[in-house]
Design a protein around this ligand. Sequence first.
Ligand SMILES: [Mg+2]
Length: 407
Amino acid sequence: MRVVDINVHTLSSAIEPPQEREFYGGVRRLLKRDFALATVTTADGLVGYAPAAASSSAMREYFEGASAEDLADLLKTHVRDALAGVEISKPEDFHEAIRTLGLPTKLESEALSVVDVAYFDLLGKERGAPVYELLSDACVEPDPLELYASAGMYMEPEGYAEQAEALQERGFSAYKYRPGLGPDEDERTIRLIREAVGDEMDLMVDAHTWWKLGDRSYSYDQVVELLERFAAYEPFWIEEPVEPMDYGAYRRLASDTTLPLAGGESEESVAGLRRLSDTGVSFLQGDVRHHAGFTGCWECVERCADRENVTFVPHNFGTNLGLVANAHLVAASPEDVRLEYPVFGDGVEAMYPFPLAEDVLVSTLEVDDGCLELSDSPGLGVEINESILDEYEYIEGPWTEFHYDEE
Ligand SMILES: [Mg+2]
């Protein structure tokens, strides 16, 4: 295929009214969610789509200089110029061209991801095959894919328990939530959740707040001690309990706790994922939107499949376009894993409203009993709802803010 154009539309979905969530020692404000839709057009007139979502990590400010706007500008100028007119017969062709731009690691990985996801969408459309078939010869019957519900953030411990129960009633077999109310309240939270849902539901603890509490961030010893207390409630994994890229802390913690550790969403590149996979984490959470697309993540899937002690489970948090992209990866994966399903909306089971997450696609995704019915149509198998381009104007500024109490 020959690329003739790359374009990006940056959009925002306002959270109205803005939400304030109290954590241990401060308040987190939630203002909006951003989304960028990338299109790659070929000389044959085919269009491949990809989410270009540099800001979709909860830790946006962790990556200063790699915002959605920075990425969009880069794709529309340097990356477009490097690829326009280039004949592409395999992913290496454009991976090489993007690498020669000499971008900072994080931006390079994001740019690779966008073009790679769009490339597989295009390749599938050319060949009349869904992406999961292009990734793995072995995959024949991907449906239905099991999901885990990802929601809870900073509320009364009783609120998390109520939410977990509501999601269990909707058919989800696992619930991920974000603690950050202080060690004692965090322990009370997992106890109440476990009491509410019984032993059947798996609980994933996304602990990234523990190192984001300013002066009240938990020390390493506090984390170890808290995980000892958590063990009684049998969490399925503990995600990002220490700062990303502190590989020494991950390695140490893996031997100081009996609980399985997870991480990877904050890694800047596939090389970072490889490093993290050697620290003793049990679950490696790459994301096709951030880690060199299908090509980069598939390398990690295969690496993990060859090893007994670490499983690749994609991170996914954003719109349904990103969900579908990561779902193709899971469908092709040799390991049986559940995909992260962010629950948006107004109800007790939801995190916050994010209508653009669903509006991005023409059809509503079929999620039944905690499972996703993935289309076997060519490429990503989805149709983009073009009306979002007018409906969701971009809003300047950060999507979330952490405000810490004065001492
Ligand atoms: Mg996370």
